[in-house]
Write a protein that binds this ligand. Structure first.
Ligand code: ZN
Length: 146
């Protein structure tokens, strides 16, 4: 009996706030847009989970979206390299250290997510974008840790 009460107390105090601020949701649509231009998590998050919901209807081959994180200095070069990598590689250069985190490519009605560590990212100038050819010009935003 005593144990059950302790567990209840702990979960009601700790769980909700932590779960929310370290887990972000973003949407991509058939108009080649993300619904967010900025995303941020507090530096207290050791790990971040990004969930990407494609709210459109178009298939992945026509309007695929992913969520890719790189430094703002690198993201355009990564997007260009991704174009050459082709659809078989989700339009991402293979084993490229400039890619800090990424989801897979999804089509309309699909969702995907990625969890990554924030170590070394606090205070950095970061950009998230979609690496599907031609999308990064519109589908991008600032990402901040801390
Ligand atoms: Zn896209």
């Amino acid at each position: 009996m005593k144990k059950a009460i302790t567990l209840l107390f702990l979960s009601s105090l700790a769980a909700p706030a932590l779960a929310d601020e370290c887990a972000l949701v973003i949407e991509g649509n058939d108009a080649m847009q993300f619904n967010l231009k900025e995303m941020s998590v507090p530096a207290t998050c050791k790990e971040v989970t990004i969930t990407l919901n494609h709210t459109g209807k178009l298939p992945v081959a026509n309007m695929g979206h992913n969520w890719v994180l790189a430094s703002t200095a690198d993201y355009q070069a990564v997007a260009t390299a991704g174009m050459s990598a082709g659809a078989d590689h989700d339009y991402l250069p293979k084993d490229d250290a400039r890619i800090l985190a990424h989801t897979k490519l999804v089509g309309g009605g699909e969702s995907t997510s990625v969890t990554f560590k924030t170590e070394g990212l606090a205070g950095k100038d970061l950009t998230f974008f979609c690496s599907f050819p031609g999308h990064f010009a519109m589908m991008k935003g600032a990402f901040k840790v801390g």
